[in-house]
Unconditional design. Structure first.
Length: 241
């Protein structure tokens, strides 16, 4: 994994702007991990993918992350600031095939990946998305050794499966804890690393284009020449315009 150059940042911004978030995440990883094929990136569990996106964020924008949360009860705004290390989950495994045995049931499964998220994104209802995800990830269901339909498995067994998946891939859902100083409400909010990273990448790309515009107008230089300069040199010339 490596940091992105200014040229790469702009190309990624152009490509990702029109993409679905699932594809956008893969485009970001493909740019930062050029030796890894897109299919291999897509087959990573969601947690491993998001862990790599955190690494991309750190390499390009640093370890500190900050934002604002709104209290769902009184609408008070809370500023927050964290180190990425505080958001990194521990205990993740390599995401290989899994086997859950509970009561008389046995389930063979794999962890959800980006291809599963893409399939679920095409659906309009939560129940349909849950069913699709379950059928894609459960590769075999047995009751006392006899194969059964996934849809016939009791909810308690499905809940146990979801709990095991979460334990194996904890980075798939990163939650931030908040307590409102005004009303005392305590709640959790999802930290979506892709949305966070993409917002920063968009801002960087637009700043780069503003620099190109100002320097090209002032000196007649090409975009390639301007982006090839170091940030320090570019800032110096901009101060002179």
């Amino acid at each position: 994994m490596r940091a992105l150059s200014d040229h790469e940042m702009l190309r990624l911004w152009e490509t990702g702007t029109g993409e679905h978030p699932v594809d956008r995440a893969l485009s970001v990883l493909a740019a930062a991990f050029p030796d890894t094929g897109r299919d291999e990136l897509a087959a990573m569990s969601v947690g491993r993918r998001d862990g790599h996106l955190m690494a991309v964020r750190e390499a390009n924008f640093g370890r500190r992350v900050s934002g604002v949360a709104e209290c769902p009860q009184c609408a008070e705004l809370l500023g927050w600031d964290l180190d990425l290390d505080a958001l990194r989950a521990t205990g993740s495994d390599e995401g290989g095939p899994g086997r859950l045995v509970i009561e008389e049931y046995e389930l063979l499964y794999r962890l959800p990946d980006s291809t599963d998220l893409a399939a679920v994104a095409l659906l309009d209802d939560v129940a349909g998305g849950r069913d699709t995800l379950l059928r894609r990830c459960v590769q075999g269901a047995y009751r006392e050794g006899v194969a059964v339909e996934v849809g016939s498995v009791p909810e308690a067994v499905i809940f146990a499966l979801a709990t095991e998946m979460e334990a194996r891939d904890p980075q798939a859902e990163t939650l931030l804890d908040f307590e409102c100083p005004e009303c005392g409400l305590m709640w959790q909010a999802l930290f979506d690393v892709l949305t966070f990273l993409w917002t920063e990448l968009q801002a960087r790309a637009r700043n780069l284009l503003d620099d190109v515009h100002d320097l090209a107008r002032a000196y007649g230089w090409s975009e390639k020449d301007i982006l090839g300069m170091s940030t320090a040199r570019r800032r110096y010339y901009l101060e002179k315009t």
